[in-house]
Design a protein around this ligand. Structure first.
Ligand SMILES: C[S@@+](CC[C@H](N)C(=O)[O-])C[C@H]1O[C@@H](n2cnc3c(N)ncnc32)[C@H](O)[C@@H]1O
Ligand SMILES: [Zn+2]
Length: 262
């Protein structure tokens, strides 16, 4: 016989499991909305689609890679993440039954060049050969160096180097150049949901870009790279600097960049 206490515990466990499943389901449906914007940045050829193309998905959620494979049929998608979702192995294995695209996922930090190069060798893709590098809701995580900037606003801050407490500088030119070392076109998507509670988005190392950071990013992009702003409005990346004011007020920013021809 169950006592009341253990019944309450079991009910709580069921409710938590239900919430987790609902979150998971929401992720799958939200990805569809996000991809509707992101795919506009791919530069898809009307006749051949993404046939024969390769994609690197940095900070992959695995779901977008699967949807892209099913809809656009590129030759191969390699997804990397420093915290690969549990679903990675199932999607990688079971997509073989239904998708002609080879989908491969790896636990790898984008800054771990040695591991990333080993992955490329294994996948027989030369450095710089990916047609598209997707950076979806990941750009704000790509901070490096050891200079924590929290001191600039809080003299009492004590660095512990954790993502929760410290924020590192975002080096626009270095990051885009690093991303473009892997592929011809980098597609950036960032979404900002003010109602979402997520420590790292409020103050952590990954932290949302501050207004000043966005301004500095938009300031540096046009002189160094070519490309297009996709959302909130399609226009040449040369105009992005003038749009800084407007972009600060929107929830979604999507653009792609390529190297300027030398
Ligand atoms: C906000 S989630 C975005 C996930 C997915 N790309 C999407 O569109 O929903 C950020 C992901 O990037 C991963 N990530 C953060 N920094 C990374 C890095 N330096 N290298 C690889 N993955 C990273 C995190 O583990 C996390 O899974
Ligand atoms: Zn710090």
């Amino acid at each position: 016989m169950c006592d009341e206490g253990s019944l309450v515990k079991r009910l709580e466990k069921c409710l938590n499991e239900k919430d987790d499943l609902l979150d998971e389901l929401n992720e799958w449906t939200e990805c569809l909305t996000e991809l509707a914007t992101i795919e506009d940045a791919f530069g898809i050829n009307a006749e051949s689609g993404l046939q024969g193309k390769t994609i690197l998905d940095v900070g992959t959620d695995c779901i977008k890679s699967l949807y892209i494979a099913l809809k656009h049929k590129p030759r191969k998608i390699v997804g990397i993440s420093d915290a690969l979702p549990n679903r990675a192995s199932d999607i990688e294995q079971q997509s073989r039954l239904f998708s002609a695209t080879k989908i491969r996922f790896y636990d790898c930090n984008f800054f771990d060049e040695t591991t990333l190069e080993k992955i490329l060798t294994r996948e027989k893709i030369g450095k710089g050969e990916f047609n598209i590098v997707i950076v979806s809701k990941v750009l704000h995580h790509l901070r490096f160096g050891d200079q924590c900037v929290v001191h600039e606003r809080d003299e009492k801050h004590k660095c512990d180097g954790s993502e929760k407490d410290c924020i590192y500088r975002f080096e626009t030119e270095d990051i885009f150049e690093k991303l473009l070392e892997y592929g011809k076109r980098v597609v950036v998507y960032e979404a900002f949901w003010p109602h979402e509670t997520d420590d790292d988005k409020v103050r952590g190392r990954g932290g949302y870009f501050t207004v000043r950071e966005w301004e500095s990013i938009f300031d540096q992009i046009p002189s160094k790279f070519r490309g297009e702003l996709i959302s909130p409005k399609r226009c040449s990346i040369d105009k992005i600097e003038k749009m800084a004011e407007e972009l600060r007020k929107v929830d979604i920013v999507c653009f792609y960049l390529e190297k300027k021809p030398s």
